[in-house]
Design a protein around this ligand. Structure first.
Ligand SMILES: [Zn+2]
Length: 417
């Protein structure tokens, strides 16, 4: 890796922002101008870590990647770069954020190995959240807490993070957490012991990424999610500034909620449980009150019944705002519990709903009656001999009223037969 086309300055100087370089090659990369330099501070997308951003002679660097064939670092530019010698600058806040997340990942992976003996088999440094995949099918909250505690303990001990290149022969003698993914001289990253016991190394692993110099700079490591994926568990985590931003956002939300409910944030859970229980009780009461109201309404409607042969027929149309079909049905059922009763109910809202019903002791099938009424209004419906429902887009009160009158007349004819 050391002896490639581009000298990678970030290996030895991860805190440096400005550099000068010579253009080695100009090329076009996916439709954009691009350059390869003799040396660079720009980190190219690799090993789960996204590329740096910044500028070369003031021209924005859109992306940085590695050319497979020779390992050259390709800087993809927003515009053509004319000069041979140039000054480059990386976007430092973005770089430092990546250093915090990436070093945090080493700490977290080492802690998972120490606490659970679980290897890290994948890493992704995302724009919002980063993840590692660990070789452990299921883990409890207790284990997660233990890993988080250990990780942050190492952060607070502010241990040195050192990187160096080793030969394959030296490598064989090192207790690496995972084997290197590349051949040749290998870059290793070590998290050493605390000040009093520097020999008590916490982690050693091969890595080409950018890291902070001391674990204290990671600030805080917070696990924010677990996702079980067969034999693996995906752990989402935040480090440094990202962890603070997350804390600020959550603090604001809980403070606002607590303020709204005039309780302390620690009382939010029991307050919400109390509100949910209250809502459930009120809904139950509301349902009962509605049922009582419908029964009272049915009694009132029964007073308007007309005699058709031996039967009592209740014929009613509700104009806008109408009422929902389930209420029509409940009213029809309440009415037809009375002896010898037939109910022809219609309500106009966004559509017109129909519900025809008859009591057990009435020998009439209401389905043809309802179908005929629906057909007159260009609607559809159906049901069983004692209860049929339908609806139509027709909402003209005169036409709907006329259809109901026709249904009543048909009923007269049926009973007279
Ligand atoms: Zn690393």
């Amino acid at each position: 890796m050391l002896f490639q086309m581009t000298t990678r300055l970030y290996y030895t100087e991860p805190y440096r922002v400005h550099f000068t370089a010579q253009v080695r090659e100009r090329l076009s990369w996916e439709g954009h101008p691009a350059v390869i330099l003799d040396q660079t501070l720009f980190y190219p997308t690799s090993g789960g870590q996204p590329a740096d951003r910044g500028a070369l002679n003031g021209i924005p660097v859109l992306d940085v990647t590695v050319r497979e064939s020779d390992g050259a670092v390709v800087h993809i530019l927003a515009d053509e770069l004319r000069e041979e010698r140039l000054e480059g600058a990386i976007d430092w806040p973005r770089r430092f954020d990546h250093m915090q997340q990436h070093t945090g990942q080493h700490l977290l992976s080492a802690a998972f190995e120490r606490v659970l003996g679980a290897d890290t088999v994948g890493f992704h440094l995302g724009t919002q959240v980063s993840t590692i995949d660990i070789a452990c099918a299921r883990l409890g909250q207790e284990a997660v807490t233990a890993v988080e505690e250990l990780t942050n303990q190492i952060v607070w001990e502010d241990r040195p993070v050192v990187t160096r290149f080793v030969t394959s022969a030296e490598l064989a003698a090192l207790p690496l957490r995972r084997p290197p993914a590349v051949a040749g001289p290998i870059r290793i990253v070590e998290i050493l012991g605390p000040a009093a016991h520097p020999e008590e190394r916490f982690d050693i692993s091969p890595c080409g990424g950018t890291h902070v110099a001391r674990t204290g700079e990671v600030g805080l490591v917070k696990i924010t999610g677990l996702e079980y994926r067969g034999e693996l568990t995906r752990i989402a985590f935040l480090c440094g500034r990202r962890a603070l931003s997350d804390y600020q956002a959550r603090f604001e939300v809980t403070a606002r909620l607590a303020n709204k409910l005039t309780v302390g944030y620690w009382e939010l859970e029991q307050t919400i449980e109390r509100l949910q229980a209250e809502e459930k009780r009120l809904l139950h009461e509301l349902r009962q009150a509605r049922e009582r109201l419908l029964l009272a309404e049915a009694t009132e409607l029964a007073g308007s019944a007309v005699a058709v042969g031996p039967y009592q027929v209740i014929c009613h149309l509700w104009e806008q705002p109408g009422r929902p079909p389930e209420e029509l049905r409940a009213l029809a059922l309440a009415l037809t519990r009375r002896p010898g009763t037939i109910a022809l109910l219609m309500a106009i809202s966004e559509r017109t709903h129909l519900c025809f019903a008859r009591g057990e002791d009435v020998d009439i099938d209401v389905v043809p009656l309802l179908r005929d009424c629906c057909a007159r209004l260009e609607g559809k419906g159906g049901g069983r001999p004692h209860l049929a429902q339908g609806s139509t887009p027709m909402t003209d009160p005169r036409r709907v009223g006329a259809a109901l009158d026709t249904a009543l007349h048909s009923l007269y004819n049926i009973v007279a037969r």
